[in-house]
Design a protein around this ligand. Structure first.
Ligand code: IVH
Length: 719
């Protein structure tokens, strides 16, 4: 009998896709400062992943987003191996500072190992879970309630009383030293002040806290950016995070960051409670919030939560919840840590702000892949600091399930992301006759909702693929927003990264008949561009220079830029590794494609359909003739063979010679298949340090061989 619950394919795919989605969301949030998912959605998905992983321990992966904090590092380390639980706990006690040579981020910040790992907090949106958490603590423990400031965390090192380093969280193990920028923050002392108390300042002191931009500074900054036609920040957190990673401390100073500190670490520190330590820090001149409170009962904690849920709206900075911490430090130590967070603390997050407003009309937006999204045109309403006029209505099923009609009062919500969404309808229905008593008092009676049958942009009959919620316009090559959307995607930063060709310009050149598809970009002439309104000779030259540079973009990114449905950035990389040229990819079979990690049947079909379209083949030829990279350069290629043909291999643990992703690529390049969990069919496990204990047990039980990285490389004939 199997030792573990049997996982089915749907659940396995769900785990894989949740991990991918959450990694991407972390990257958008921490590195790009451009979140695409609301905090709430992120937390819900993370929780679902945690539940699934708990159910199937066999699927344990030290690289899962449940096992590490999101990383703000903008270099390769961001995707490198992460420390496992065991390592983190060991690190927690020992200094790892001198263990690794410092590296630099792309932006030139020196990366430094944290003395103590920088963890995250377990969080919940439910008051019952707060009660459960409190109940499980030892009897009569004191709880410190604090505000959860919504900025980015910072670790400040004071050596012999002087500020020597300021590290971002990074990947939790090492962070960027942004000390020059931190020194512009007036609230942060550069030297520990002369203590009013008798307490001696320790030789080493670390204070952690949150760097913030006030609402007022955020609004000022966004106004300037609007005037300069620069992209706006979605919220103060993103603005603060973008600011702290600037290379020009003068600009950082001008924007006016601020800070609150909420955690003291080090050795031989004064006091034995969290609260007392922070009060001492306050005496030493550190910015400690006055909103902290020691609570002795559930009632007191709840009263604090309810008070600040309202009062926080009057604060000058953004907060997104309340943090509860066990006050006594010895009890904290007893409770310890999980891989990601201390057991002695929990965050209660406030639900996203919602507003009720009138749905004036439903219009439609056609995206790059032809998906038709219904859009709510709303009576303008104030929501989390901005005026909201448009919100997504998701899809037909959503509208039908809630029976939403034009004229209804609807609830609108804005999470961390930029696009607000309609989340519900106020009952009773506007003017619905079944509503009896309320019917006579309502003036508006909306028509029952019907989704359009034809594309609102080009008139083509819409199609709905079975199993999908979206209606799609199939006129890929002739529907204007799809054509423009494909070009916008093609030129975007992570694709061909063509400077000087933004969406407005694409729109303009498209309506002038100069751009019909992505290949036309390489046929643009200086004169044609220069004579356009708003552009001129200089912009035309810049644009052409940008187009020229894009010819150096490597094949994997070109593949992503082509915009094949469901082929995202990471998938494109994996496909490009297996098929180092477009000529090889063009003839790939479903079997070959699905052997690549993360490529399912649907993606494989999309790729094949893409190459079956003559219009696409013509575009590819024109791109090739223009000099766009359609194959990997020698040095990018992983050595290939069929030595692992037909073998299913599990990669598990932390490696030192190559990264885990590199090993997976080697397996694919040599004909093998990467699989997530050990079964009878597994040929061998490539095991690094700290391989999941459950995997090892199972491998031993099934007699599956376990190879070290050296053995594996020898097998592939690497040194
Ligand atoms: S304590 C080991 N206290 O929330 C515990 N964190 O979601 C460290 N945060 O990474 C965190 N206000 O950036 C703590 N009063 C507070 C906080 C706070 C904001 C942030 C912090 C942390 C994140 C976790």
């Amino acid at each position: 009998m199997d030792l573990f619950s049997q996982i089915n394919d749907t659940e396995r795919e769900e785990i894989i896709s949740l991990r991918k989605e959450l990694e991407q969301a972390n990257y958008q949030y921490y590195v790009l400062n451009d979140p695409t998912m609301s905090d709430y959605d992120f937390d819900q998905k993370l929780r679902r992943l945690q539940d699934l992983e708990a159910l199937y321990p066999d699927m344990f992966d030290p690289n899962s987003p449940t096992q590490h904090v999101g990383s703000d590092l903008d270099n390769e380390n961001n995707v490198a191996e992460r420390h496992t639980t065991q390592q983190r706990e060991a690190d927690n006690v020992q200094s790892t500072n001198n263990a690794k040579p410092s590296t630099r981020s792309q932006k030139g910040f020196v990366q430094v190992a944290h003395k103590y790992p920088m963890l995250s907090l377990a969080n919940t949106y439910s008051q019952e879970e707060i009660e459960d958490w409190l109940r499980k603590l030892p009897a009569n423990v004191e709880i410190v309630c604090e505000l959860k400031y919504d900025g980015l965390s910072i670790s400040l090192w004071y050596e012999n009383g002087t500020l020597t380093k300021a590290l971002t969280r990074g990947d939790g193990t090492q962070g960027d030293n942004v000390i020059d920028n931190i020194k512009t923050i007036a609230a942060i002392p550069q030297h520990i002040g002369i203590p009013a108390s008798e307490i001696q300042t320790p030789a080493f002191l670390e204070l952690r806290g949150e760097v913030l931009l006030s609402w007022a500074a955020f609004e000022r900054l966004n106004k300037e950016r609007e005037a300069g036609e620069e992209q706006l920040f979605a919220n103060p957190r993103n603005a603060a995070s973008g600011t702290l990673k600037l290379q020009d401390p003068n600009e950082v100073a001008r924007r006016g960051l601020t800070c609150y500190l909420y955690y003291m670490l080090g050795e031989n520190l004064p006091a034995n409670t969290h609260y007392d330590r922070l009060q001492i820090a306050k005496q030493w001149g550190f910015p400690i919030s006055d909103a902290m409170k020691v609570c002795h009962s559930l009632e007191e904690v709840m009263a604090y939560i309810h008070y600040w849920d309202i009062e926080r709206k009057n604060l000058p900075v953004a907060t997104d919840g309340i943090v509860l911490k066990v006050n006594d430090l010895a009890t904290q130590e007893e409770l310890g840590y999980t891989a990601k967070s201390p057991r002695w603390a929990i965050a209660y997050k406030f639900p996203a702000e919602k507003q009720l407003t009138r749905l004036n009309a439903i219009t439609y937006q056609v995206g790059r892949t032809g998906v038709v999204t219904p859009v709510a045109n709303l009576e303008p309403v104030q929501l989390s600091g901005t005026t909201v006029q448009r919100a997504t209505l998701h899809n037909e099923d959503f509208i039908r399930q809630l029976d939403i009609r034009e004229g209804d009062m609807v609830w609108v919500e804005k999470g961390g992301e930029i696009i607000p969404k309609v989340v519900g309808r106020e009952a009773p229905h506007s003017g619905s006759l079944e509503d009896g008593a309320s019917a006579y008092s309502l003036e508006v009676k909306g028509e029952e909702y019907t989704f359009p049958t034809n594309c609102p942009e080009c008139g083509t009959p819409l199609v709905r693929v079975e199993g999908e919620a979206a209606w799609r316009c199939p006129n890929e090559a002739g529907c204007p927003p799809q054509i423009k959307g494909k070009m916008e995607h093609f030129v975007s930063r992570k694709a061909m990264n063509i400077d000087g060709l933004g969406s407005e310009t694409i729109d303009q050149l498209y309506s002038q008949g100069l751009l019909h598809n992505i290949a036309d970009i390489y046929a643009l002439q200086l004169d044609d561009i220069a004579k356009q309104e708003r552009l001129g000779e200089k912009s035309a030259q810049n644009m052409l220079a940008g187009i020229e540079v894009s010819k150096q973009v490597p094949w994997a990114r070109v593949l992503f830029a082509l915009g094949i449905r469901m082929v995202g950035e990471t998938t494109a990389k994996k496909i490009a590794r297996r098929f180092p040229s477009i000529d090889q990819l063009q003839w790939a079979t479903v079997e070959q494609l699905t052997a690549i990690e993360d490529v399912g049947e649907q993606i494989a079909k999309n790729i094949i359909a893409y190459f079956n379209d003559l219009g696409n083949l013509e575009i590819i030829n024109r791109l090739r003739e223009a000099g766009v990279q359609m194959e990997s350069q020698e040095e990018e290629q992983t050595p290939q063979s069929d030595r692992l043909q037909g073998k299913s291999i599990v990669v598990s643990g932390v490696f030192s010679l190559h990264s885990r992703d590199e090993y997976k690529a080697m397996i694919e390049a040599n004909g093998g298949k990467n699989v997530g969990s050990v079964s009878k069919k597994t040929h061998f496990i490539l095991a690094g340090e700290n391989m999941g204990p459950e995997k090892r047990k199972k491998a031993e039980a099934l007699g599956v061989a376990i190879l070290t990285e050296e053995e594996f490389l020898q097998m592939l004939n690497h040194e």
